[in-house]
Each structure stands twice: as C-alpha cells, then as structure tokens.
Design a protein around this ligand. Structure first.
Ligand SMILES: [Cu+2]
Length: 292
C-alpha cells in the first residue's frame, strides 16, 4: 500500500478504536429505559388506560389478540404526576366473562414483578372460552398505594379461538371434576430434548378455578404421519411447587407434526383422563399438538 493509503488506514483504525472504546464505556453506565424493557421482551401493547394520576399499560407476549388457552400478560404503571413508572406496585386483577345467561371466571395467576426489570409486572390468564359480539371478557385491575387506589375495568376484551395446533384442553375427569390443561413450553420447539411445561387447574365453581397439585401428566409423543412412531427418553410432567407448573422433558427426534398424547393421573395415580397408545388406539382422548 502506498503512503497515503497507509495513513488513511491508520487514521480509520484510530477512529474505529475510539468509537469502540466510547461505546463500550457508554454501555457500562447505560440505563435501560421503561420502553426498552418492553422491547427487550418483544412485548406487544394490548391496552392503555388512564385513571386519576395513573396510566396502565397492558402488554402481551406474542402478536395478535388474547386467545383461548395460556396468555402471558405484562403491565407497566405510570404515575403521571411524577412522570415515573411505579417500581414497587402491588397489583391484582380478576377476569370475568359475561355471557347471555350467566358469568364465569377462568384460571389465572397473581401478578409478580418481572425479574431483572424495574417497571414490568406479569401474570397469566388461561381463557376457557372465546368472546363474540355479545359475550365478552373483562379484567378488573386493582392498584393500591398509600392513599391512591385505582380500580380499572378493561371491558369487552377480544379473546379469539386458538389457531394452529392444540395447546389447551379442557376435560371432565373420571372424578366428574372439570379440568383445564394449558401448555406453556415449548414455545419454540426444536429437534432434540425440549422442556415441556403446563398448568393444570380444576373448576371449583363458576368463579373459582384452583391449581391442581401433585398430579401427573404422562406424555407419549407420536408422529401420526409416520406410522405413529414415538421417541425415547421422554419424562412425564410432574408438579413443581415453586413455579406451580407441571414440568417434563419432550424428545422430538425430527421436525414435522407431533401429537403429544396425554394421560392425567391424580395424586393417587388413578387415571382421570386419557388413553395409552396401542395398535388399536392410535391417539389419546387428550393431546397437545406441536409442529415445527
Ligand atoms: Cu363463557
């Protein structure tokens, strides 16, 4: 290289190094803004409403509407007087579906702070019915801090029927109790061993749905399009008290459509619902579907 090119090269090398060092030192002191906390988790805004001095921002994890089955919902709360987002809020919520002749709730969680964030809170709903023009869901949000109390009702929420493969199933057990089983993971299945997790609830009455503890969800993954073959080394879902989730391992040995056949057993090991796969029984009465 000639002399001018050489100087140009050195010049740009010094500039690049300076830019690199500057951006590195900026990263160290970089404050994650409330907006960045939302975009980092790829959240999509569902609703925003202002009551008194506060604005609620409600997000969900995926694009589209709320759906029948498992929905992860996030909240930010802004104090419009101070302009700051509330970082230590105690929040609660309650879902209710208004139907022509009656009302009912659905399985749902309490609201927790999202770890490693300053301004985000989250919980979930397992919606058990889709809404339509006349029958609709509403969520009542509740926030109390000192003298500030807000009760905000978000009404006429759209809850769509789930599309794609089955991730949620309600069924009546041999004990005559209504159960609600919703798959959480895998969200992005891959070839090999996947974590499989699900929530299991039962209906106590129309307004009360309680998590069920210490049951077992047996899995038998099959590929119906490929002679219904299965896969080795799967682990049935067992109750994890810390998270309230049922957790297991699902081995997907190839891409394609997998029917994850299920058998739900109670704490006494009695079958509440589901069938073993045999030559004459290719599918269980309850299953999840996974395609990737
Ligand atoms: Cu309903």
């Amino acid at each position: 290289m000639n002399l001018i090119k050489k100087y140009n090269y050195i010049f740009f090398a010094i500039i690049s190094l300076t830019v690199l060092l500057t951006s590195c030192s900026q990263d160290e002191v970089k404050v994650v803004t409330p907006a960045e906390e939302v975009t980092n988790l790829k959240l999509q805004k569902l609703q925003e409403f202002t009551r008194g001095d506060y604005t609620f921002y409600v997000y969900k994890k995926d694009t589209g509407n709320l759906v029948v089955g498992y929905n992860e919902v996030y909240i930010q709360l802004k104090n419009n007087k101070s302009g700051n987002y509330v970082e230590n809020a105690t929040l609660s919520w309650k879902p209710l579906m208004h139907m022509a002749s009656m009302s009912h709730a659905c399985p749902y969680s309490s609201i927790q702070k999202v770890s490693d964030t300053k301004t985000l809170y989250k919980g979930y709903f397992i919606f058990i019915m889709a809404s339509d023009d006349t029958e609709y869901w509403e969520i009542t949000y509740d926030y109390t801090s000192g003298n500030d109390t807000i009760v905000e009702v978000a009404s006429r929420l759209t809850v769509n029927s789930a599309t794609g493969r089955v991730r949620y199933k309600s069924f009546k057990g041999t004990d005559n109790v209504s159960y609600f089983l919703a798959m959480v993971e895998p969200a992005a299945p891959r070839v090999g061993t996947n974590d499989i997790t699900a929530y299991l609830y039962k209906k106590v009455d129309m307004l009360t749905f309680n998590p069920v503890e210490n049951y077992t969800v047996e899995i038998d993954p099959r590929m119906p399009d490929m002679d219904n073959h299965t896969s080795p080394n799967n682990v049935n879902l067992a109750y994890d008290a810390a998270s309230g989730l049922y957790k297991g391992k699902l081995n997907l040995t190839m891409t394609g459509y997998w029917q994850v056949n299920l058998i739900v057993r109670n704490a006494g090991n009695a079958i509440l619902k589901g069938d073993s796969i045999t030559a004459t029984t290719p599918a269980s009465s309850i299953y999840f579907g996974i395609e990737f």
